[in-house]
Design a protein around this ligand. Structure first.
Ligand SMILES: Cc1cc2nc3c(=O)[nH]c(=O)nc-3n(C[C@H](O)[C@H](O)[C@H](O)COP(=O)(O)O)c2cc1C
Length: 250
């Protein structure tokens, strides 16, 4: 076996304040839609966020991500149109009262945020056999999601808000950004400074859903009954069923 030099880092190296700062970022991180300020995000700060993303774990150290930085207003406008089309479709799947509530929600900050980021996963990076991915092929996707979360938390520490937009048709986004078929779109993020954040998820504040009790989500040693979880979830409209099987033909 090849000799590797290994310089251990003490595991208890976080002071109380540093540990508190990590939890502060986790607990106060928010999905941002409408609070973006026009203040530009300078390149070196954006690079810090992207570098935080780039230090995420990845299966077989595959690092399958790319980051498309979108600042061009015309490009953002195209994306916004794709969002609007998909949002109309999504709205129609909810019935009556829920549809009215859905329509009242702001679900993106594409035009308001000075920077948009599309984070992708190149499924071919590293070749056909990647350590750790041979039996669970989707692990590269999960790795890229880890990168998104790293960026989101680092942004929180910088006073920068992030909003994740997933309401668009994949082929629209692909077309607008020229993304090839072997690359998966993982996240479309709106990024910009904010001067205030909600103190709880906006969807909870607006009565769409609430945080589930943690104790109902923890099982011991094997899968357990989920009835208590279902009863805490928001009412599911019958029309919601069509959301579970999106059409891929159009
Ligand atoms: C994969 C993913 C996709 C999301 N897509 C959207 C979206 O399209 N529009 C939106 O307003 N929020 C979106 N969100 C944000 C969630 O609504 C938000 O994380 C959740 O309501 C909890 O709020 P918080 O992030 O502020 O804690 C998305 C979040 C994730 C993780």
């Amino acid at each position: 076996m090849q000799n590797v030099s290994y310089r251990p880092v003490a595991a208890d190296c976080f002071s109380d304040d540093e540990r508190a700062a990590v939890y502060k970022a986790i607990y106060t991180r928010r999905d941002v839609r409408d609070q973006f300020l026009p203040k530009p995000v300078l390149d070196d700060i954006l690079m810090r966020l992207l570098d935080a993303a780039h230090h995420a774990p990845s299966v077989g150290f595959m690092q399958p991500w790319n980051f498309i930085v979108i600042r061009d207003e015309a490009r953002k406008a195209e994306i916004y149109r794709a969002f609007t089309r998909a949002n109309e479709e999504a709205k129609s799947l909810f019935s009556d009262e829920r549809q009215a509530l859905y329509a009242s929600l702001k679900l993106e900050g594409i035009l308001k945020a000075p920077v948009n980021l599309c984070i992708t996963c190149d499924r071919t990076r590293g070749g056909k056999v990647v350590l750790g991915r041979t039996h669970n092929h989707q692990m590269d996707l999960y790795s890229t999601v880890c990168a998104v979360q790293n960026l989101w938390l680092a942004a929180r520490a910088e006073g920068i808000g992030v909003g994740w937009v997933s309401i668009y048709r994949d082929q629209d986004m692909r077309h607008i950004l020229g993304i090839p078929g072997h690359v998966e779109i993982i996240a479309y993020l709106c990024v910009g400074y904010v001067d205030e954040l909600y103190d709880a998820p906006e969807l909870q504040k607006r009565g769409w859903a609430k945080r589930l009790p943690l104790e109902n989500l923890i099982f011991q040693d094997q899968w357990q009954d989920t009835t208590s979880i279902s009863s805490d979830l928001p009412h599911q409209d019958p029309a919601d069923a069509s959301l579970a099987t999106p059409s891929t033909s159009d």
